[in-house]
Design a protein around this ligand. Structure first.
Ligand code: HEM
Length: 90
């Protein structure tokens, strides 16, 4: 795996480590108020970013253009906005 596929998958692994650590924190404190933050960090950060990475790995032609880089940037900024956004909304 290389290029944009690698970056989607690699950052997904970072997000799932953070998301699982946050899930352990929820359990350890018995305070589940921010469970939706944990859920979305894992589901968007790990599942969605990981799937994008697998797609670009399977279809290398799609990974070559500028659109794939814009996709990565928009997806990353979106995740970084929605995660604290859910916490603030709660
Ligand atoms: C070490 C790994 C993980 C731990 C310790 C963990 C822990 C938790 C805890 C404590 C809750 C709250 C349960 C409750 O409200 O009764 C939760 C909810 C949830 N988790 Fe995880 N989790 C882990 C991994 C994951 C992963 C990998 C995903 C998705 C890919 C995920 C998705 C969810 C979802 C969708 C919810 C429901 C959130 C809600 O009710 O608002 N979790 N998890």
């Amino acid at each position: 795996m290389r290029g944009i596929a690698f970056w989607f998958y690699f950052t997904g692994v970072i997000y799932v480590i953070a998301g699982m650590a946050f899930g352990i924190h929820l359990s350890a404190t018995h305070d589940y108020t921010l469970a939706p933050v944990h859920a979305h960090l894992n589901l968007i950060g790990w599942v969605t970013m990981g799937l994008f990475g697998l797609y670009y790995h399977a279809v290398p032609a799609a990974a070559d253009g500028i659109l794939a880089k814009i996709h990565f940037g928009v997806a990353t900024v979106g995740l970084w906005l929605i995660t604290p956004g859910i916490a603030f909304a709660i």
